[in-house]
Each structure stands twice: as structure tokens, then as C-alpha cells.
Ligand binder design. Structure first.
Ligand SMILES: [Fe+2]
Ligand SMILES: [Fe+2]
Ligand SMILES: [Fe+2]
Length: 365
């Protein structure tokens, strides 16, 4: 016990794992927690607008992190190799494909939370909880299930003052049951991998020779930019959520960038590499951790500055795709990159007109 206390004082992010495992449930619930894999405060009593915003932003930082973490875990493992029997769908399902689907669910949770935060006059956070990747596929799944249980607990233990924010309360409950479902799916995936004797199966690794390869390194850079643009568009989707047509147009572009990020992650595997976690540090066990897997700040605070800033960002990405297409030898990879380039060119057209049209109407705030 004493050793445990010394340990958590020294390594504060283990504190809540310790609490989760060793403290009675009430002590755990009533405390402020720093949870394993990042900071997640426990917000128990919701009475004021500030309490509600606090809960929503803590949840949002979690949702951003897992939307990434799951997709990264999925793109670190083979396609069509591991299957599990999904209890609800009653269908033999590809583990990797389903993890990507869960990552998309988390992105929608982020969006739902961000829209409500904006509508309440708050500022949605783009910070994230910590993202990790273990060398073994099984350890990633264990972590994924653990984070699902953790966030279910956050959502379901929030006690709203009677009559306070009924819609938020309802949203939080609805999201929490998506998390319950996710947790059961991760458990079933682990069970299946265990029973097929694949517990030791490893994630894809980067071939060391790739450090010298210009095309692979450029694709990593492009993939980081796609990721930044995806979230940057989402920031403006949230900012203009009351202006539905503008918001939808920006959302479409965001989804395109998400698809490109996703496809590029697959291309990296074809090139003998694997998607990187931004700003990650690797410990001596080969475990990668990052607290900044995506930029946490994006410029543009109002309509015109937001729209203006997107055009050079798209152009920078286009230039990099053109360069990469000129040097990548593989025909299939080149064709896929061409599709990304084409859509990004279309984005520039859309963005230029969104900006010009906004400038034409003085009354538009
Ligand atoms: Fe979620
Ligand atoms: Fe989830
Ligand atoms: Fe684009």
C-alpha cells in the first residue's frame, strides 16, 4: 500500500489506475483524477453552466484522443487477418475494419460535444488526452477497452442537478451507451485473438531504411498535414455550427481530409512503413506515447480570417502531393495520391468562392 502511494506520487498519471484498482468506488468517484493515458478529471456534480462546459470539454479531449488512437491502432495491424464474432451484429467481423468504425464513432462524439460547447458560448478544446501505441496488437486492444470503460464511467457518474441541462444529460447518456458497446466489442476482439493463439502478434514497424527514403518521409509529412487540416476544418465546422450551409460545406472538406489521412495510412504500409504518432516518445519497451498527437491551436477566429487561412493551407498540401507523385515509383500508390490531389484542388476552388462570397455581404458577421 505504502509503496503504491510512493509510486503514484512519483508517477502521477498512474494515480487513477491505482484508484480504479485499489480504492473503494466512492473514493474513486468523488476525487479529481489524473487517469492513465492522459488527464481526465472526474466531473461529478453538474449544477452551473461552468460545470457543464467543464464536463463537455474534458470529454471532448478524451474523444479527440481516442478517435486518433483507435485509427492508429487499426492502421498498425493487418487487414482481413483477425476476425471476431460481433455479439450485436451476429456477424463475423474484421477486427481492423471495426476498430476504424469505432474511431469514426469517436469523431462524431467529438463533433456532438464541440457543437454543444460552441452553442453554450464555450470554446471547444483541441487539446487531447495522451495517445499510445504498444508493440503488441493485444496490448493496444487492452488499452482501448480500458479507455472505453474509463470514459463510460465519466459520462455515467455525472450527476446533474434536477432540471439542469436535460438535453446535455440525455446526450451524455446516449454517448455513454456507444462506449458500453465499444467496450464489449474490444473485449470480444481480445477473446478472439486469444483463442486463435495470436496474442503475441505485433504491429507493423517502420523499416529502418525508410528514414533515408524521400517518398516515405514526404508521405509522413503529407499525412500530418491532412490530419491538421481535418481538425482545422472541424474547428470551423464548430465555429459556424449555427450557419448550417457553411458548416456542412466545411464538414465535407474535413471528411475528405479524414479519408486521405486514412488512405495514406494504408499506403504507408504498402511502402513498408506505418502511420506515425505525432510528437511521440518511445520508451525502452517500445511503447510510444504522445500528448500532442494533433495541433491544439488553429488560426482563424472569425468568418473571414478562418476562410482566408484555409486557402494557403490547401495550397501547401497540393504542392507536397505534386512533389510526391513525381518521385513515387509504385503505379498504384501514385494513382491513389492523384485522387487525393484532385480533391484538394477542388477544395481550393470551393474555399476561394466561400471567401469571395462572404466578402460580398457586409452584414455577414
Ligand atoms: Fe466516444
Ligand atoms: Fe468509444
Ligand atoms: Fe483539401
Amino acid at each position: 500500500m505504502i509503496l503504491g502511494v510512493i509510486f503514484i506520487l512519483k508517477f502521477p498519471h498512474f494515480r487513477s489506475l491505482y484508484q480504479l484498482l485499489f480504492l473503494p468506488k466512492n473514493d474513486y468517484n468523488s476525487s479529481l483524477n489524473i487517469l492513465p493515458g492522459g488527464s481526465m478529471e472526474k466531473i461529478k456534480h453538474i449544477e452551473t453552466k461552468e460545470d457543464a462546459l467543464n464536463l463537455l470539454n474534458v470529454a471532448l479531449e478524451h474523444e479527440w484522443a481516442v478517435s486518433f488512437e483507435y485509427t492508429i491502432h487499426a492502421y498498425s495491424m493487418p487487414k482481413g487477418k483477425f476476425f471476431y464474432e460481433d455479439l450485436i451484429m451476429k456477424h463475423k467481423t474484421d477486427v481492423r475494419a471495426q476498430i476504424i468504425q469505432i474511431g469514426i464513432d469517436e469523431m462524431y462524439h467529438s463533433l456532438q460535444l464541440g457543437i454543444i460547447i460552441t452553442q453554450m458560448g464555450g470554446i471547444p478544446s483541441f487539446k487531447t488526452d495522451e495517445v499510445m501505441r504498444y508493440p503488441r496488437i493485444m496490448d493496444n486492444l487492452k488499452r482501448d477497452k480500458m479507455t472505453e470503460d474509463m470514459v463510460t464511467n465519466l459520462y455515467q457518474s455525472a450527476e446533474f442537478k434536477p432540471g439542469a441541462y436535460p438535453k446535455i444529460q440525455n446526450m451524455v447518456l446516449n454517448i455513454s451507451y456507444d462506449e458500453v458497446r465499444h467496450s464489449q466489442q474490444f473485449a470480444a476482439m481480445m477473446e478472439a485473438i486469444k483463442s486463435s493463439g495470436d496474442e503475441e502478434a505485433l504491429c507493423y514497424q517502420s523499416n529502418p531504411e525508410n528514414a533515408q527514403k524521400e517518398d516515405v518521409q514526404l508521405l509522413h509529412k503529407i499525412t500530418r498535414l491532412e490530419n491538421a487540416l481535418l481538425h482545422r476544418y472541424l474547428k470551423y465546422v464548430l465555429l459556424f455550427s449555427e450557419h448550417q450551409d457553411l458548416s456542412q460545406r466545411l464538414f465535407k472538406n474535413s471528411i475528405d481530409h479524414m479519408r486521405h489521412w486514412d488512405k495514406n495510412s494504408g499506403l504507408l504500409i504498402k511502402m513498408g512503413d506505418v502511420i506515425q504518432i505525432e510528437n511521440a516518445e518511445t520508451d525502452n519497451q517500445g511503447v510510444e506515447k504522445s500528448k500532442i498527437p494533433m495541433p491544439s491551436l488553429y488560426s482563424g477566429e472569425d468568418r473571414l480570417t478562418a476562410l482566408k487561412t484555409l486557402i494557403p493551407a490547401e495550397e501547401e498540401l497540393i504542392t507536397k502531393y505534386e512533389k510526391l507523385i513525381s518521385i513515387v515509383p509504385d503505379r498504384e500508390i501514385k494513382d491513389q495520391l492523384q485522387l487525393h490531389l484532385a480533391l484538394n484542388r477542388e477544395h481550393v476552388f470551393t474555399q476561394e468562392w466561400l471567401l469571395k462570397n462572404a466578402q460580398k455581404i457586409e452584414e455577414l458577421e
